[in-house]
Write a protein that binds this ligand. Structure first.
Ligand code: ADP
Length: 507
């Protein structure tokens, strides 16, 4: 089925002084295959009023001065920037008027002759069409210009150098940062090949990448080094894309500083590895040789101090023994601490915490007694838990500290409370206590909370914390509120000493 073509309409304003001239034209227009709505104005003023009131596709102006001076109307139309094509109708012999009108921006002109009513409609339509196409083109150019401007702004404000090279590898464009990084002005670089900038060791690989990219391959970012104009080397990371049929556009990010830092980090890591190896070696030597020798010395000193003839030297021998003991404890602590730092978890086995506590208490009985410190305990008959034998260090260090920091004739209490899914272990003393600001830091390695006078390694509590953490437990210290702390029989509560509270899950 063929659909009747819809008559496409245009609206024309005809500035014509003589109304009888309009009729033949209107008739010709009615016969036309597209519809033309013809409106008329018989004075320049009417023309301009109508133009301001309605939208027309074309203004047809008869040149009939002085009443209808088409040139004046055209002038106003242009000045007021009406977006409309103007076609001038001039009488035969008035061609120079037409030329003037064209110069002033008229779109076309027709000469009034016999055929003009029938010639005019197609001419008008063509004029309107052409005018519209021209306007659209202009709009498009305007958009392209805007876009170009926008692209250039991006191009010059991005924080990385951007370059464009042609198929021969010659620079055809580069942004401001591109100039900065190479040290060359754009004019100097245009026409130069990128290979002229490259450090020789990057030449082959980069040429190869360029060639493969031109063939359409996707090349992941890679590193190159170039020589700046001042001879300095710059390391760049290149990310480029093919510009079809032309060459490539790329971003060259300066990675000189990043590479320097990486190199520094590599050196630092190598140094660290070296020092770690040395540390490992030292710990090994300590573990085997130093500890063995010290244990032998302790044994001998112990024997000597029992010799009757040497009793006169007993005081000196005691000093030696104490110091050797301290050395051994330090070395053992370091060994334990290093071992614990290096592990992510511990194997667990069924153990009885009551038994562990009692063993440790037994070990410290003599040391405590020597200081007149009394150890008391309150333990369940059995405290089964899945723990690692390292748990002994918790009891060991806490009890050792409690005795160490107790005054002579003080009292240390050890307690285990069954809390269902976990145990609470409490080690209480009546020593100087720990100020609030030190209550957390003392668990950090080598943090000695201001007790420089007391012998110790500063590692004990760090070991306690680590062992407890590896058992998913916790440790903290609180003030011991002792009843009758003064020991004068008067029952009053007083802050005295510390309580170390450890929580150990049973499983
Ligand atoms: P060390 O006792 O060898 O110095 P620790 O890690 O066992 O190392 O303890 C760290 C610090 O915590 C000690 O130097 C001391 O200041 C404080 N501290 C530990 N236990 C007690 C305690 N029972 N009473 C008072 N202060 C303590």
């Amino acid at each position: 089925m063929v659909r009747p073509m819809k008559k496409q309409g245009v609206r024309v304003l005809f500035g014509e002084l003589y109304t009888d001239e309009v009729e033949p034209l209107r008739r010709a227009m009615e016969d036309c295959w597209f519809s033309i709505e013809l409106d008329t104005a018989s004075t320049p003023e009417e023309c301009l009023v109508k133009l301001s009131e309605r939208d027309y596709d074309l203004l047809l102006l008869d040149y009939a001065p002085p009443k209808m001076n088409a040139i004046d109307v055209l002038d106003t139309v242009k000045r007021k920037k009406y977006n409309i094509p103007v076609v001038i109708v001039s009488g035969e012999g008035d061609e120079e008027v037409a030329v003037r009108a064209m110069k002033m921006g008229a779109y076309d002109y027709v000469v009034k002759n016999d055929r003009y009513p029938s010639n005019l409609p197609p001419l008008l339509r063509k004029a309107i069409k052409k005018y519209r196409t021209d306007k659209e083109k202009e709009k498009l150019y305007e958009e392209i210009r805007g876009l170009k401007n926008y692209m250039e702004k991006i191009y010059n404000t991005v924080a990385d150098p951007i370059y464009v090279i042609d198929r021969e590898g010659r620079f055809v464009d580069l942004n401001r940062l591109g100039e900065e990084i190479t040290g060359y002005k754009k004019e100097e670089l245009l026409g130069m090949r990128f290979t002229e900038l490259l450090a020789p060791e990057y030449l082959e690989k980069t040429k190869e990448n360029f060639r493969r990219r031109l063939q359409g391959e996707d090349i992941p970012p890679y590193e190159v080094e170039i020589f700046r104009k001042d001879g300095k080397r710059v390391a760049l990371e290149i990310r480029a894309t093919r510009l079809e049929g032309f060459g490539e556009i790329g971003v060259a990010r300066d990675i000189t500083e990043q590479k320097r830092l990486e190199e520094e980090l590599r050196e630092h890591t190598a140094e660290l590895e070296k020092s770690n190896t040395l540390k490992g070696l030292f710990i090994d030597i300590m573990g085997h040789d130093l500890l063995n020798s010290l244990t032998v010395i302790r044994g001998v000193v112990n024997l000597l101090s029992k010799e009757r003839e040497l009793q006169g030297y007993k005081r000196h021998l005691d000093v030696i023994e104490n110091n050797v003991n301290r050395l051994i404890k330090t070395l053992e602590d370091v060994q334990v601490y290093v071992k614990l730092r290096g592990v992510g978890g511990l194997n667990r086995e069924e153990m009885d915490l009551t038994e562990v506590a009692l063993n440790v208490i037994r070990d410290y009985q003599n040391i405590a007694a020597a200081k007149g410190v009394e150890i008391t305990w309150n333990l369940p008959p059995k405290s089964p838990a899945k723990v690692n034998p390292f748990i002994r260090h918790v009891f060991d260090n806490l009890l050792s500290n409690a005795i160490k920091y107790s005054p002579e004739n003080g009292r240390v209490e050890v307690e285990i409370i069954d809390k269902g899914e976990r145990y609470e272990v409490l080690v209480k003393d009546r020593g100087p206590g720990i100020p609030d600001e030190h209550k957390e830091v003392i668990f950090q390695r080598f943090e000695r909370g201001g007790k420089k006078g007391v012998k110790g390694t500063g590692l004990g509590l760090a070991i306690v914390k680590r062992v407890v953490e590896l058992h998913n437990g916790s440790v903290k210290v609180i003030d011991n509120v002792a009843k009758d702390a003064a020991g004068d029989g008067e029952i009053k509560e007083e802050k005295k000493g510390s309580v170390f509270l450890v929580t150990i899950p049973k499983l």
